[in-house]
Design a protein around this ligand. Structure first.
Ligand code: FAS
Ligand code: PHB
Length: 396
């Protein structure tokens, strides 16, 4: 079978948020790229994932010309509520750090990225099979794949970027004797639901409860997004809608201080295991890793998508200087620069997770409640949470 060779400057594996945003930011700097994606455009765009954009993410998207719909349909939030039985306290990010977050689902971000890719004629090969990366330490690395049309392709580039998430080929292209990985698997998972009902709260509620953690988020004025802590290995089919709403009502304090949780039709439910994972370095030769390809955080800190954005916000200018100007200084510093924020967000996500999820240990429960009371009552404690949740400057 003949192989079609495609020359480009940057080959990107993965058309999720990190891959498409990187292609967008590179194009704005006059750098050509080609994206190879295992799934269909529709499948990638339909995955229900992140819901919160940090201040820095919104800034970057706006500067990249991707902020119009955030202004139209996004919902700016000043802060979040922390709750435990009988008490609910607002943590006001604006008051403590002068920053907000936005409720704007990852599906919306993906829509904006796909529309911009179509508008600029971005080359994306969807439904690619047998994707493999080659010669990553040479000056002509390559990605081979079988296109949806059955054609064999070889994408030859100046650099490769693995934006292929947890299960793509890029991570493993870093040799065992070069890479280092850190992982922590948490002893619980999240059961997440989408419901066609108006949110019962104006801002997100993160609730500690002896039965387990619960969270009330949202996607719009008519769609709620809620989560329940469940044991690992939970079969989602063992949780009826009534059982879900009963547990949410208990854990979120339905009936306390005049507040009530309004149930509604559940349109999607799934179980998400929770782990922290980091792989270093985020560069090997002419292979760079960004987003979930390099790190995974438990969603308690709303960092996954925002970290992916921060990675490519640092990587795009670095690759432009490398590919266009032959100046490798930013590219040489990429891994260390990106990992500062990766470890900060990994710690914050671990801190939020271990503070809010019960694992049956009464001593831990007392420590968690003490920590929650301190964060809710101390300006220093609240400012620490606010600074991390609303997000630090990209590149810091
Ligand atoms: P992605 O995983 O989004 O994209 C990687 C892309 O690479 C995918 O489209 C995949 O199909 C493609 N790919 C994989 N293997 C390939 C191959 N061999 N060849 C070509 N392409 C390949 N974050 C939050 O902040 N809040 C949340 O609530 C939240 N919920 C989540 C729920 C789930 C089930 C998951 C899996 C993640 C969740 N996340 C959440 C994290 C999520 O939002 C990620 O951080 C975000 O998608 C990262 O974007 P990417 O790095 O682009 O990775
Ligand atoms: C969501 O709305 O999906 C969401 C919000 C905040 C989180 C995690 C998920 O910490």
């Amino acid at each position: 079978m003949t192989t079609t060779v495609i020359p480009t400057e940057v080959a990107i594996v993965g058309a999720g948020p990190s891959g498409l945003l990187l292609a967008h930011l590179l194009a704005a700097r006059g750098v050509a790229s080609v994206v190879v994606e295992a799934r269909s455009e529709e499948y990638v765009g339909s995955r229900i994932r992140a819901g919160i954009l940090e201040h820095s993410t919104v800034d970057l998207l706006r500067r990249a010309g991707l902020g119009d719909r955030i202004a139209e349909v996004g919902d700016e939030h000043r802060g979040i509520y922390l709750q435990w039985p009988g008490e609910r306290h607002h943590i006001d990010f604006q008051e403590h750090v002068g920053r907000s977050v936005w409720v704007y689902g990852q599906t919306e971000v993906q829509k904006d990225l796909v529309a911009a890719a179509h508008a600029r004629g971005q080359e994306i090969h969807y439904e690619a099979a047998d994707v493999a990366v080659h010669d990553v330490t040479s000056d002509r690395p390559a990605v081979t794949f079988t296109g949806a049309d059955g054609t064999s392709y070889r994408l030859e580039a100046r650099v490769l970027v693995g934006c292929d998430g947890s299960f793509g080929p890029s991570r493993a292209a870093v040799p065992d004797d070069v890479r280092q990985t850190w992982e922590r698997v948490y002893p619980y998972s999240w059961l997440g639901v989408l419901a066609d009902v108006a949110p019962s709260t104006d801002e997100l509620i993160y609730a500690w409860h002896p039965d387990g953690f619960a969270m009330h988020s949202m996607r719009s004025a008519s769609v709620s997004r809620l989560y329940l802590q469940v044991p690992n290995g939970t079969d989602v089919d063992t949780w009826s809608d009534d059982r879900i709403w009963d547990a949410l009502a208990t854990r979120l304090g339905h009936g306390e201080n005049g507040w009530s949780l309004e149930p509604g039709p559940i349109t999607e439910k799934s179980v998400l295991p929770m782990r922290s994972f980091v792989q270093t370095p985020m560069r090997h030769g002419n292979l760079f890793l960004a987003g979930d390809a390099a790190h995974i955080v438990p969603p308690t800190g709303a960092k996954g998508l925002n970290l992916a954005v921060a990675d490519v916000g640092v990587l795009a200018p670095a690759l432009a200087e490398l590919v266009r100007g032959g100046d490798s200084r930013l590219a040489d510093a990429y891994s260390d620069t990106a990992l500062r924020r990766v470890w900060r967000c990994t710690h914050f996500s671990w801190w939020m997770t271990t503070m809010l999820h019960t694992a049956g240990d009464p001593f831990d429960a007392q420590l968690q409640l003490s920590q929650l009371r301190w964060v809710a009552s101390s300006a220093a404690g609240a400012a620490g949470l606010a600074e991390n949740y609303a997000g630090l400057d990209i590149g810091s």
